[in-house]
Each structure stands twice: as structure tokens, then as C-alpha cells.
Design a protein around this ligand. Structure first.
Ligand code: MG
Length: 294
């Protein structure tokens, strides 16, 4: 079935055009990293490491893949995206602003009394582009399955995407949902797992036996791929394999917590730490280099 393309960055079957597209996506991801850092510093918002590990995934989805129209955020035909790892909200808020769902200046009062921008996504209807209030882990995918089943029953062709954390895969509800999606052959569901190898207090694969994660999803009846979650070509390639003919899709995205800022990478202290003025200055230098090199 033909799907209208609302992507800001269009897909072209041309090597030069593809390079331009990749360049733009990488540039957007670098700018988003900077805005997330600034907000964390200004508003003392935590979960910086978690936001930086998933920002390339969000950029690929929102600027290339999702069928969305910021001018009509409640369109019945829109693709649904659920940030199941709700503590990544500071990243999602910046992406939605850059994508045009609301003005970037609205984020100026992030974290202040009375603002709608808090540590986790608010309930639907409060902020354009938010499909589910998440943060209590393990619920985003089950909510998404309800949306996917509704699409099938109502003969609608929208797709449902859910971004999960690796630590979130400790939750039983994730695997109940995985069983149901496999049993129902919900090929309109795509899960992306931000596999940054950490959860709040320890290594995720040591807290629970996550490995072999890709085999687990396959065993539950899913079409599963592993990708480098910071490689835009890899991500777009995996997203293009969705939907599979008769299965839901799981993309295991190998990521680095704090990705893009050398002194934050794979350091779990940045789950809660707030960057100082000095940290911000160092990070800005690194991101400037990244922006110039992409
Ligand atoms: Mg994690």
C-alpha cells in the first residue's frame, strides 16, 4: 500500500542524494545532543547518558521514517511512536521541537514550576506528538500493541514504533507483549531497543540475563536485526526492513550510554549527573568538531 511521505529528509535511490541525507541527519543529531546538554545543565534534568544513547535512533525515526505531520498531530493515519523508556523524555522533547510540533522556545522553561516539560512524557493531549505517558517501565510496548490491534481491526495502515531500554527488558510486561505480538503476527509493530549495556545502577546484562537478546526476540516470533545504533546508515537500513511480511520487527540497536561526548561515554555516573559550566564548554568543543566533520 502506498504511504505518503511526510519525512523532512527524503529517501532517494541515488548515492549522492543518500550522502546529503546522511549528512543532514548526522548534523541534526549533533545539534540535538547540544540542546539536550544545555537543557540538562540549565534545568538540572538527569538521564543525560540515556538521552545521548538514543538520540541517533530518534533522529532516524523522526526525520526519515515516521509518517507524521506536525501540522496535524492527531491525524488518524499518523504513525504512532511511544518512548517506552520514558526517562529519555528530554531527548524526545527536543526532537519534537526540531520536527516542528511546537516552538523550540517553549523548552526555555523546562523543569520550572508549572511547565509541561518534566522528566517524563506527559499524558496524550497535553503536548503535541506525545502518544503515551511513560516512565513507569514496561508499559510502552503493551500500549503500542493495543494501537496496532486497533489499526488491524479498523483497517488502517499506520505503523506503531516503540523505543525500549535494555534495562527495561527486565520487565515481565515486555515479554508478555512480545508473546502476544508474535502470536497475533502484528507486522505493523516495530520495537527498537536502545542496548546501551547499562541500567540505572549496574550493567544491564549482569542484572538480568539479557543475552542473546536478538535470539530471544526471534524465539518469540519476531523478525529481529542487530545494528550499530549510532550508525545512521545501519539504522535506516534496518528500519527499511520493516514491516516484515507476517511478523513484528525488533531492532536491537547497540549503543553507548553518553554517546557523542567522550568524557560521558560508557560512564554510568551520567545517568544522574548534571553537567557543569566546564563540562558544557568541553562538550561544546567536541560537538563543534562533530558538526564540522559530518
Ligand atoms: Mg540502558
Amino acid at each position: 500500500m502506498n504511504r505518503p511521505n511526510y519525512a523532512l529528509v527524503e529517501v532517494k535511490d541515488d548515492a549522492q542524494e543518500d550522502n546529503i541525507k546522511l549528512h543532514e541527519l548526522k548534523k541534526r543529531a549533533a545539534l540535538l545532543r547540544w540542546r539536550i546538554l544545555q537543557t540538562s545543565h540549565k534545568a538540572s534534568v538527569p538521564h543525560l547518558g540515556s538521552c545521548l544513547s538514543c538520540i541517533d535512533i530518534l533522529t532516524a525515526l523522526y526525520f526519515s521514517e515516521l509518517r507524521i505531520d506536525p501540522a496535524n498531530p492527531c491525524s488518524p493515519d499518523r504513525d504512532r511512536f511511544i518512548l517506552s523508556k520514558g526517562h529519555g523524555a528530554p531527548a524526545l522533547f527536543q526532537v519534537l521541537a526540531m520536527r516542528g510540533f511546537y516552538s523550540e522556545s517553549m523548552l526555555d522553561n523546562y523543569g520550572e514550576d508549572g511547565t509541561i516539560f518534566a522528566e517524563h512524557p506527559p499524558a496524550p493531549g497535553i503536548l503535541p506528538g506525545i502518544e503515551a505517558a511513560t516512565g513507569s517501565l514496561g508499559h510502552g510496548l503493551p500500549i503500542g500493541l493495543g494501537m496496532a490491534l486497533a489499526a488491524r481491526m479498523n483497517k488502517q495502515d499506520y505503523r506503531v514504533y516503540a523505543l525500549l531500554g535494555d534495562g527495561e527488558c527486565n520487565e515481565g510486561t515486555i515479554w508478555e507483549a512480545a508473546l502476544l505480538a508474535g502470536a497475533q503476527k502484528l507486522n505493523n509493530v516495530c520495537v527498537v531497543i536502545d542496548f546501551n549495556k547499562w541500567q540505572a545502577t549496574d550493567r544491564s546484562r549482569e542484572v538480568m540475563a539479557l543475552d542473546p537478546l536478538v535470539d530471544k526476540w526471534r524465539a518469540f516470533g519476531w523478525n529481529a536485526h542487530e545494528v550499530d545504533g549510532h550508525n545512521m546508515e545501519d539504522l535506516l537500513g534496518a528500519l527499511k526492513k520493516f514491516p516484515a511480511e507476517s511478523k513484528p520487527t525488533a531492532i536491537i540497536a547497540h549503543t553507548v550510554k553518553g554517546s557523542g561526548i567522550s568524557f560521558m561515554e560508557d560512564d554510568n555516573n551520567w545517568h544522574y549527573r548534571i553537567p557543569s559550566v566546564e563540562d558544557l564548554a568541553k562538550a561544546k568543543l567536541e560537538l563543534k568538531l562533530e558538526v564540522e566533520s559530518v
